[in-house]
Design a protein around this ligand. Structure first.
Ligand SMILES: [Ca+2]
Length: 535
């Protein structure tokens, strides 16, 4: 079988899908007869089983395990990825997944989440496979463009799979495939995802509290109704006469924010690491108003542009439920960089090219108006169809805060968000964690959950701040050895993998305050010159 569903046409799709990127090669489908046993069935479980990838693939090919029809392919070592057996599973009618089985298995399972509106199996994430995990990923039950919700319009089952059912459904098969391959069940299972994958992460914590031993939710798109409404509000402000943001306007905004706030964390380094000190009062954006209120050039904002900034930075709340909300975004001073405000919000002068516009527009068309001709910029008020909002929330919102069943089952949760994320507001993630703490109690929350904010990091990755932390190893240490994570290490690597900057990754609300020698660019690049500090 082949499935030609590369993401089409929309440059932003890959950004919303950072950890998944493009669709890997389609699996060819020559079915082999199922043998009666497999290469690793003799394992005692004490030592991680070792299998030969070719033998594992041969033994699994053509079988139906746990409701999944399997095909297999040996993928030989390339770059830093080791040789593995790639198992493709199809759960009828259209839920596709892969399990990447390493030859030297660490006895554990890693499930990596999706992005945007999914629609393709995410690519291999190399690091977990290198660490010996059996790695699972799925297309969440439909095939298509990751920035389109068309699948949901006339297929309620596909909508349910995308919303919450694909992960537990795939796990039902995946665990059985692991047993067939190695002879034993995974000793531990972890889920990690970013953006939509972060939403899936919080969804399993809330709805399937016994499914995973540990979960990493990064930049979670958990308040689907709320942030879609916020995207719509800001898109309308940008589309209003005089509201468009050219790159020059975005640069004006970013420079002003850095001028005022960069140094408030102890170091002028292009990153506002202490955002709570960078108040609206201090920023005083209205001082940049063009005298007439009209757009009179690149050194000031029109009233319509000031309205965009107001929409961007203020909380959005909608009729129908207290959970239909999205917190305002911080002004970070990184707005003018690639993969930030221009590509996500303003479209560099054409809002219809912006990632936020595109994903809220498809949501209006296929979930709310249920009319592919609907114009999201004219769809007003956005919360007019309460029944449709309720359905959307029931499907996709992961806003439940009482996660005691997960915690009391021994689960551990690490939540992470980039401090300069222009796609999803870090403040919404902070709010979820604060409400969760109220719901479960402080001591329970402290025993089983962590929140980290990575300053200067964009949506899921990238940006001037160090974006790379081995959260999986931190989670595994916590789950397997009871060693709870405290301050972690964040690194920024160049294209060759060399570390060019490091920072302590502080537990929220702490931020990394520069405490090294003054005016020393080399010292500013080293984590040891920062101290996690409560603002
Ligand atoms: Ca700074």
């Amino acid at each position: 079988m082949s499935r030609g569903h590369l993401r089409r046409g929309i440059p932003c799709a890959a950004m919303f899908t950072v950890i998944i990127a493009s669709f890997s090669a389609a699996v060819s489908g020559a079915s082999l007869d199922a043998p009666g046993s497999n290469a690793a069935s003799a394992s005692s479980g004490r030592r991680p089983p070792v299998v030969n990838a070719q033998m594992a693939c041969t033994s699994l090919a053509g079988r139906n395990i746990g409701g999944a029809q399997l095909t297999t392919e040996v993928v030989v070592a390339m770059g830093t990825a080791p040789t593995y057996c790639k198992v493709h599973g199809l759960i009828a009618p259209a839920l596709n997944f892969e399990i990447r089985l390493p030859e030297v298995w660490n006895g554990k399972l890693y499930y990596g989440g999706g992005g945007g509106y999914d629609g393709a199996i995410p690519d291999l994430v190399v690091q977990p496979l290198r660490q010996g995990y059996a790695e699972v990923a799925s297309d969440s039950g439909h095939q298509g463009d990751g920035m389109s919700a068309q699948f949901a319009k006339d297929d309620p089952f596909a909508a349910q799979l995308f919303g919450s059912l694909s992960v537990p459904t795939v796990m039902g098969s995946a665990v059985k495939v692991v047993i067939a391959a190695y002879g034993v069940a995974p000793a531990k299972s972890y889920f990690e995802g970013c953006s939509t994958g972060g939403r899936e992460a919080l969804m399993v914590v809330q709805r399937n509290p016994n499914l995973f031993d540990g979960v990493i939710a990064r930049s979670p798109a958990y308040n689907w109704v709320g942030f879609m409404g916020a995207f719509n509000r800001t898109a309308k402000a940008l589309a209003a006469p005089g509201g468009a943001f050219s790159p020059a306007k975005t640069a004006l905004l970013a420079k002003h924010v850095l001028d005022v706030c960069d140094g408030l964390d102890g170091i002028v380094d292009g990153v506002v690491s202490n955002p709570s000190a960078c108040t609206a009062r201090l920023l005083n954006i209205v001082a940049l108003r063009c005298p007439s209120g009209g757009d009179t050039g690149a050194t000031c904002f029109s009233d319509a542009q000031l309205a965009v900034i107001k929409s961007w930075t203020n909380d959005a709340m909608f009729k129908g439920s207290s959970s239909y909300r999205s917190k305002g975004y911080n002004l970070t001073g990184n707005e003018d960089q690639p993969m930030n405000f221009g590509i996500w919000v303003s479209g560099d002068g054409d809002v219809k090219k912006a990632g936020q516009f595109i994903i809220q527009d498809t949501t209006v068309k296929y979930y709310l108006a249920r009319d592919e001709k609907a114009d999201s910029l004219a769809y007003s008020p956005w919360d007019q169809n309460q029944t449709a909002l309720f359905a959307l929330a029931s499907l996709n919102d992961a806003t439940q805060t009482d996660i005691r069943p997960f915690i009391d089952a021994g689960g551990k949760l690490i939540v992470w968000h980039g401090g300069s994320d222009a796609a999803l507001s870090v403040n919404s993630t902070v709010e979820y964690m604060q409400n969760m703490q109220k719901a479960v109690g402080k001591s329970r929350a402290a025993s089983a959950t962590r929140l980290y904010v990575a300053p200067g990091v964009f949506h899921c990755e990238g940006g001037p701040g160090p974006d790379s932390t081995d959260l999986l190893s931190a989670l595994d240490q916590w789950v397997s050895k009871g060693q709870a994570p405290a301050t972690l290490l964040a690194e920024k690597k160049d294209a060759a993998g060399a570390v060019v900057r490091s920072l302590p990754l502080c537990q929220y609300p702490q931020y990394p305050k520069y405490t090294g020698p003054p005016d020393n660019a080399a010292a500013a690049k080293l984590s040891r010159n920062y101290t996690c500090t409560v603002p």
